[in-house]
Design a protein around this ligand. Sequence first.
Ligand code: UT7
Length: 332
Amino acid sequence: MTQIRAAITAVNGWLPEYVLTNEELSTMVDTNDEWIMTRTGIKERRILKEAGKATSDMATEAVKGLLVKSGTAPEDIELVIVCTITPDMAFPNTASLVCLKAGLSKAWGFDLNAACSGFIFGLETATQFITSGKYKKIILVGADMMSTIVDYTDRTTCVLFGDGAAAVLIEPTSEELGVMDTELKTNGIGGQYLNLKAGGSLKPITAETLANRENFLFQDGQNVFKFAVKSMADAAEAVMTRNNLTGDDIAWLVPHQANKRIIDATAHRAGLTDDKVMLNIQKYGNTTAATIPLCLWDWEKQLKKGDNLILAAFGGGFTWGSIYLKWGYDTK
Ligand code: UT7
């Protein structure tokens, strides 16, 4: 029997126009371009400033463009998964809002919260729905409006994050393409090092939580860094070893864009030179669930059908992992 696999058959991204540069940040907090570039590799990031706009609007723009690009009718989409930690509201879920705004009238959908690993967790999830044979057209979105949970008085975190969204279309294929293998992990250890304390059921927002700035993201950067460097590289190595892949077999490493130093360490361990590593952190910063699909979008024209890609991510939870993906198409 022919094996059905799940392939990415189109990708589209959307970014807000406003560019927040390191220079502007250095007028807001005690920082400078040299520190940010040396420690993170980030030069600028995009911020959604338009009043009344939120994560679902960025996701919707990415989805609408994806439908046009791939020549897909909105009503042909069966399932939408929106990976985000910055939903418009606690409920309804962002996927419902995207269904409404993008006219996906026949789809059902849900949000997936795995922080910076959202997209790879979502890709594995979508893969199961496709390979079961039940669904033929799934849209997977990574979208985060990090500017809504970043404390712009905290120099240790405000330089890191940006806003953005990107979406992929996932369809079945009987060719040797698409998701080949996955290695995904979650533990609760990361909760103490990377979290947003207030606004959930444990600590609803009160005057006190606001005064303590607990409605903003908290990160113990050094501890997260230590786990990230090891875990992302371990996961990529595990997936490559299991599939007998060496650096020579890989066309591209597609890493989560949190810190250029973490990306360099992962690439080094995978035996990959810089020219095989997708890196756009300098332009967008860390857009959480959107970083990996934004890379695929930026590099789409260079990708060839059958290219071996290693996706790797690490984020809050901790959540982390790696996916071996064979690219599904040549761009015309
Ligand atoms: O995507 C989700 C997962 N997140 C990550 O993977 C992020 C992991 N962590 C990191 O990328 C890094 O830890 C950071 C980029 C967040 C920080 O880099 P670091 O090399 O670990 O710096 P540090 O926290 O050890 O701070 C070094 C110094 C400190 O000053 P002192 O104590 O040595 O005087 C900080 O106060 O740099 C200072 N510092 C800054 N200086 C200028 C921290 N932030 C800034 C800043 N500008 N923005």
